[in-house]
Design a protein around this ligand. Structure first.
Ligand code: UD1
Ligand code: UDP
Length: 395
């Protein structure tokens, strides 16, 4: 990392390059880019890898973000190695053309690991946003846990959402430049959720009008492809049959493997809506209005608790135990009977529902972006004191 911190803000601004490529990274980086662009001593540019194309563009449009560089790497049914290779060479070219003082990566995707590696090879400092999430098993979830471990080794600054995440980094010997900031997803919700939101997807208002309750479903993860996803969809089918007064809204990930299974099992049911991916605004406002959600998504495990909506997590393990400990999320796995039993409990038993429907917010207080920007300014000599760590919960 540069030892010339004195020049920043005086002779020239600190040059930060935010790199992201998938939907969840974009949702969580967009408010940070907005915050960094408000800082006088910082020049923040954006390079998207476009590991996701349409999903990424939906988010950038919502936040009004126009990338400075676009590697445009997505291919249908892309492989992990292909994605990583295209990012390594693409980002090297971007950094050669216009060097940055600091690259920021986010989370645990192929973009995260490859962008951290490209920056390391280009001898550019890297900061990791959403650092320190761990299941403790390098292969589960695959490849996300491995991507996070690689990022931790390659990065110079680590922005851990929670104290637990910082402790996980410390247990791996990563203690320098670790800041507990909260998760920027909570900042994003403050931007997107509005009581008077007008839904862009025309299917949503009639569903919200016609059905007594809405259950939001999402499932896309690699470890659930095949039999687990089929079992998840069969559980939804059984629930839809049992609860005709409830609409099950499933915006389906464009991955052809996922789409095929969802359509095979769930097409043609009156109270199951298989929708195209929703805009960020529609998704967050739908979550705010739903009864609960069934999901294997990482981001939804953070967003739903913040909005006071129970989450049944369709996975065998999670790197986000905080909401489970708080009682608002439950790990139900991917077996059809388990999913049906736990969902039915939330639909039938008002007391059980109320016990889970507490707005808890172990992941942030809406000020993560400010803390991350302050921490960057502190490390680069633009500010004298580090930010106060995020220490609790805003409900
Ligand atoms: C990726 C991440 C995963 C994250 C998820 C969020 C990796 C290895 N995986 O998984 O951690 O949870 O994003 O959604 O980084 N596709 C489109 N249009 C899009 C996006 C995807 O058509 O806008 C299709 C393409 O055929 C693409 C496929 O989906 O090849 C898979 O995309 P990919 O980014 O490789 O994996 P995800 O399953 O989305
Ligand atoms: N999301 C969205 N539209 C959708 C489905 C999800 O905007 O149709 C948002 C969701 O609110 C969350 C993020 O996408 O902020 C999660 O992305 P995803 O589930 O693809 O990835 P993960 O979080 O599992 O890595």
């Amino acid at each position: 990392m540069s030892d010339q911190t004195k020049v920043f803000g005086k002779e020239r601004p600190l040059s930060v390059l935010a790199v992201f490529g998938t939907r969840p990274e974009a949702i969580k980086m967009a408010p940070l880019v907005r915050e960094l662009r408000r800082r006088e001593g910082i020049d923040c540019r954006v390079c998207v890898t476009a590991q996701h194309r349409e999903l990424l563009d939906l988010v950038n449009a919502h936040f009004g973000l126009v990338p400075d560089d676009d590697l445009n790497i997505m291919q249908q049914r892309q492989s992990l190695c292909g994605v990583a290779a295209r990012i390594l060479t693409g980002l090297e070219e971007v950094l050669r053309r216009r060097p940055a003082d600091l690259v920021l990566v986010h989370g645990d995707t192929a973009t995260t690991a490859a962008a951290a590696m490209a920056s390391f090879y280009c001898q550019t400092a890297v900061g990791h946003v959403e650092a320190g999430l761990r299941t403790g098993d390098r292969r589960a979830p695959f490849p996300e846990e491995g991507n996070r471990l690689m990022a931790a080794q390659l990065c110079d600054l680590h922005f851990a959402p929670t104290a637990k995440n910082a402790a996980a980094l410390a247990a791996e010997g990563v203690t320098r430049n670790v800041f507990v900031t909260g998760n920027t997803v909570i900042d994003a919700l403050d931007y997107t959720v509005r009581p008077d939101h007008t839904f862009e997807d025309e299917a949503l208002p009639p569903l919200l009008e016609a059905y007594r309750r809405i259950v939001v479903v999402t499932a896309h993860r690699r470890e659930n492809w095949g039999a687990p996803l089929r079992s998840i969809c069969e559980a939804v089918r059984e629930l839809a049959d049992r609860y005709p007064d409830t609409a099950f809204i499933y915006p389906v990930h464009p991955n052809p493997t996922v789409r095929q299974t969802a359509e095979e099992v769930l097409s043609g049911l009156p109270n199951v809506a298989l929708l195209a991916p929703l805009s960020t605004g529609d998704m967050h406002n739908l979550l705010a209005r739903c009864h609960f959600c069934l999901t294997d998504s990482g981001g939804l495990q953070e967003e739903a608790p913040a909005l006071g909506r129970p989450v049944l997590v369709l996975r065998r393990e999670t790197e986000r135990p905080e909401a489970i400990e708080a009682g608002t999320a439950r790990l139900v796995g991917v077996d059809r009977e388990d999913i049906v039993r736990e969902a039915a409990r939330l639909l039938d038993d008002a007391a059980a529902y109320e016990a889970m429907a507490q707005a808890v917010n172990p992941y942030g207080d809406g000020h993560a972006c400010r803390r991350i920007a302050d921490a960057i300014e502190y490390v680069y000599g633009l500010r004298d004191i580090p930010p106060e760590p995020f220490g609790g919960s805003r409900s």
